[in-house]
Ligand binder design. Structure first.
Ligand code: C2O
Ligand code: CU
Length: 478
């Protein structure tokens, strides 16, 4: 804390010395929220082609403290990719790092060979060009490294970006009603990362085994460290797309004035209707969309950050301040209907039990620690295309986890026997499974099957995944 405060003072002193006039009061250090650029594709034979190149760079992680980083098409984070249901898309992913890299489209419903799990590593200097047709509901997804044993460190360098999917329903909700959808105008990407940084600006992750006294733990919002003054964004009505791109921290986002937030989407789809929540809980890897109508004073979002990996640390930090735009009068009400979610009927289904295990310090799934390809082959979860699946995820390890399944979204069926309510009825691809908890989920693997290529399932706390809480998932033909 002292370390951060010292830096802020230095930054202000430097600004003063160079003659930049800073307004007085708490707005002095507030910066405008930087926005990741929208990646403009080229059209080639009816296919939208998106180039992505991962490379090292440097990034000012804290004011005045610059360290080594990595990014896609830049030195930190990556551009936002926006696609629509039904479009044919191709990603041309080049690996400009000096080690293997796999890039995964988190939350995307794609054939297994295009999914970008550990099975699709790209060697340094090589590229990988998955091509598929977007086939899913409007949602806020993301892309990030998924390299065997190296996911945590590669994400921590800054390799992450947002992937927005639109569909006909979301487009018409935006056009005909008050659901904001203009990227960077009223549709705001907010990538939150809780990171560990040493005094020289080097980004650390837990497997580095750092000593907590040598690092500070800033919260980065779109790559900018937030201390007391959150970055600002101006929108009379803002649709905030929240992505927790932290390695393992759980975030609870709320308004500082304690008024409810209006949530419109969970991770994988719009909710049936705008739903008031006190806080949006985001385990690592999760997303949510909220809509905020901004009154004269603006509103501030803050995050309670909970860390359990390697260190136990709780903090509360401001995230973002949305300031009112000029045309307050013209707001149309939010649509009361956003989506229809029909619930899976799982009565009569016997659940498939998947156990999160930890033995002698080895994290695993069903007792197998998936730290190598051959280990992942020892516990392949096999399902059949188009069959309704009921999974019971049991946490038998002495710590919390965050369970993620590739390819299709799932519905929560119960948490410790209790049926979900409210926003927990929404589609998602990651769910927190706390210590000792039993969580039931239901899903159906549609469209794609293969006896050769594999998807994955794992804990999305990136360090846990690297330590082996991960295995392969095979969708066999019907
Ligand atoms: Cu976000 Cu298997 O990943
Ligand atoms: Cu975990």
């Amino acid at each position: 804390r002292r370390f951060l405060a010292g830096l802020a003072t230095t930054a202000a002193a430097v600004a003063g010395a160079t003659g930049i006039a800073l307004p007085r009061g708490s707005a002095a250090a507030a910066t405008r929220l930087p926005l990741p650029e929208l990646l403009v594709p080229t059209l080639r034979d009816g296919v939208l082609v998106f180039p992505l190149r991962a490379a090292f760079g440097t990034h000012e992680v804290l004011p005045g403290v610059t360290g080594r980083s990595a990014g896609f098409n830049g030195s930190y984070l990556g551009p936002t990719i926006r696609v629509s249901d039904g479009q044919r898309v191709r990603f041309e992913v080049a690996n400009g790092l000096d080690e293997d890299l796999a890039v995964h489209w988190h939350g995307a419903h794609v054939p297994p060979e295009d999914d970008g799990g550990v099975h699709s590593a790209i060697a340094p200097g090589q590229s990988w060009n998955p091509e598929f047709t977007v086939k899913q509901q409007a949602a806020t997804l993301w892309y990030h490294p998924h390299t065997m044993g190296r996911t945590a460190r590669q994400i921590s360098w800054g390799l992450a970006g947002m992937l927005i999917v639109d569909d006909a329903a979301s487009a018409s909700a935006s056009a005909s009603s008050g659901l904001p959808g203009e990227y960077g105008i009223d549709d705001i990407p907010v990538i939150v990362q809780s990171v560990a940084v040493d005094r020289r600006g080097a980004i650390k992750y837990d497997s580095d085994g750092f000593a907590a006294r040598d690092v500070s733990f800033p919260l980065l919002v779109n790559g900018v460290a937030v201390d007391r003054d959150p970055p600002t964004f101006t929108a009379t009505r803002g649709r905030v797309r929240l992505l927790n791109a932290s390695l393992s921290e759980v975030l609870a986002v709320r308004r500082t004035d304690r008024r409810p937030l209006v949530q419109v989407a969970t991770e994988s789809a719009l909710l049936p209707s705008p739903t008031e929540v006190d806080a949006v809980r985001l385990p690592a890897g999760c997303r949510a969309e909220v809509v905020a109508d901004v009154a004269t004073d603006g509103i501030t979002l803050e995050a309670a950050v909970r860390t359990t990996v390697g260190r136990n640390r709780d903090s509360r930090q401001p995230l973002l301040r949305v300031l009112p735009g000029p045309e307050r009068a013209k707001l149309r009400p939010l649509p009361s209907w956003l989506n229809t979610i029909s619930r899976y009927d799982v009565s009569g289904l016997r659940p498939r039990v998947i156990t999160l295990t930890e033995r002698g310090g080895l994290l695993g799934i069903d007792g197998v620690s998936g730290t190598t390809m051959s280990a992942m082959d020892r516990n392949v979860i096999e399902v059949r295309k188009d069959e309704l699946e009921l999974w019971e995820v049991v946490n038998r390890s002495p710590r919390d986890h965050s369970f993620h399944v590739h390819d299709v979204p799932f519905q929560l069926v119960s948490v410790n026997g209790v049926a979900p309510r409210g926003v927990d009825l929404g589609w998602r691809d990651t769910v927190e499974v706390r210590r000792g908890a039993t969580v039931r989920i239901a899903m159906r693997f549609t469209d794609y099957a293969s006896d050769t290529y594999l998807y994955m399932l794992h804990c999305h706390m990136a360090e846990h995944e690297d330590l082996g809480m991960m295995t392969s998932l095979k969708v066999r033909p019907a």
